[in-house]
Design a protein around this ligand. Structure first.
Ligand code: PHE
Length: 440
């Protein structure tokens, strides 16, 4: 059977942006920014996106386009004679399942908030509401709904599923967030939120440099969907050779722009309608943003309408990411085990229903998986992909990088390869060690 491919370059870019733009931007990013002191975190994070994220993205693209395979198949095929690299790819496939297990819990919360926004039923007691819906069997029910939506897109295939869905969802997200941000920043009192977010204050960096670096690195990988093999898988569906450096830069810029835009909605709303960051929103808790914005919606005129728009945008963002997670193990089963796309999707969704339910029923497991475990797995995974690209592919990686690239991009190829060989894996391994150390 002929392997599937994207119908167009724009389709590939939008799908990759769709994967990148997700709860990482609208939920985890404002949460981390609030926890690590606002603008200072933003600056550190942006540096890491540029210096580690973009080169890492390009390494995954190179592996994917060169092999036309899922991560496990890609690494095995590009390093013939050894089995061990295939296991590094397989680790990515496993990471995807772990990610989806917790991500679908949050996806379920969003489905719930979206539905409840029409009547504003959580306005009465925003914090209490989150407490009652976040974990337990009802949370599982909404998680099932979110996973069903995800599976539906994946069964549709690369072109008719992923590409068609993201082509609609991405523009809708941007328009909704832009309208909301325009409205939010012009509310009286929103200025304090803007200055918390955008006025640079280096104090938090000095207070806890290592903690901030760790959080910013974790966030940078998470938001660009790196270290799992998503970008390997998506690039494996590329037909013709266009410029990878160009496409990668567009994806990183759009992803960052949407993240910043989400911050322009959340912070002004919190400051204008909730009087700033309260104990709740500052608490560094997963539910902070939900309670915070829900409280803000209650206080404003036409809160239901704004809430519906807000949660619709987040729902689309979450879906376009969760499909990219499910696609990795599906691609693995389709490529390597000759399973049909449909059966692979149904089987894997069933599996995640079980592992996901564990997260939805046990808050301590959820917090561990969503924070520490995911950070560790993504960091280790990306370090593996970089070492593979730099040392196993070597010159071939450079050839793949150059293929279809313009003059300026080509001149960056050699420095890129050296970064991928040396500094970047080193940085990730140190991050990994610090994470492990703090875990113990
Ligand atoms: N980038 C996605 C987000 O920001 C999350 C994600 C991570 C998706 C890893 C795929 C792989 O929500």
């Amino acid at each position: 059977m002929v392997r599937e491919s994207w119908a167009s370059r724009v389709g590939f870019i939008l799908a990759a942006v769709g994967s990148a733009v997700g709860l990482g931007n609208v939920w985890r990013f404002p949460w981390m920014t609030a926890e690590y002191g606002g603008s200072a975190f933003l600056v550190v994070y942006l540096c890491i996106v540029l210096l580690v994220g973009v080169p890492g993205l390009l390494a995954e693209f190179v592996i994917g386009r060169r092999s036309n395979r899922n991560p496990a198949g890609a690494l095995a095929r590009l390093a013939p004679g050894t089995k061990s690299w295939g296991y590094v790819g397989l680790f990515g496939v496993l990471t995807a399942l772990v990610l989806l297990s917790f991500y679908s819990v949050v996806g379920g919360w969003i489905v719930r908030y979206f539905v409840a926004s029409f009547s504003g039923s959580y306005f009465v007691d925003p914090s209490g509401y989150f407490g009652t819906i976040s974990f337990g069997w009802e949370a599982v029910a909404f998680q099932v709904a979110f996973l069903a939506l995800t599976a539906l897109v994946i069964i549709g295939g690369v072109r008719r599923g992923i590409e068609a869905a993201t082509k609609v969802m991405m523009p809708v997200i941007v328009v909704l967030l832009a309208v909301l941000a325009g409205w939010a920043i012009t509310r009286p009192g929103a200025g304090a939120g803007l200055s918390f977010y955008l006025h640079f204050d280096p104090a938090p960096i000095k207070n806890d440099p290592i903690g901030m670096l760790r959080a910013a690195a974790g966030q940078a990988l998470f938001t660009l969907s790196l270290g799992v093999g998503t970008m390997i898988t998506y690039a494996s569906y590329l037909g013709e050779d266009n410029s990878l450096p160009f496409d990668g830069s567009v994806i990183a810029v759009l992803n960052t722009a949407v993240g910043v835009l989400a911050g322009l909605v959340v912070f002004p709303l919190l400051f204008a309608f909730q009087g700033g960051l309260t104990e709740v929103t500052r608490g560094g808790e997963s539910g902070a943003i939900f309670m915070g914005v829900a409280g803000a919606f209650r206080e404003m005129p036409y809160g239901e309408v704004v809430a519906v728009g807000f949660f619709a945008a987040i729902l689309f963002a979450a879906l376009s990411s969760s499909i990219s997670m499910l696609e990795i193990p599906v691609a693995y089963l389709v490529d390597e085990q000759d399973v049909s796309r449909r059966n692979a999707t149904l089987g894997l969704t069933g599996l995640v229903l079980v592992t996901g339910a564990v997260c939805a029923l046990t808050p301590s497991v959820f917090t561990f998986v969503a924070g520490t475990l995911v950070d560790l797995m993504l960091t280790a995974g990306l370090a593996g992909f970089l070492v593979f690209t730099g040392w196993v592919l070597g010159k071939n990686a450079l050839a793949e990088f150059d293929s279809g690239a313009g003059g300026i991009a080509r001149s960056l190829g050699t420095p890129w390869l050296w970064g991928v060989r040396t500094i970047l894996p080193l940085f990730l391994l140190i991050t990994l060690a610090v994470n492990l150390y703090s875990l113990l």
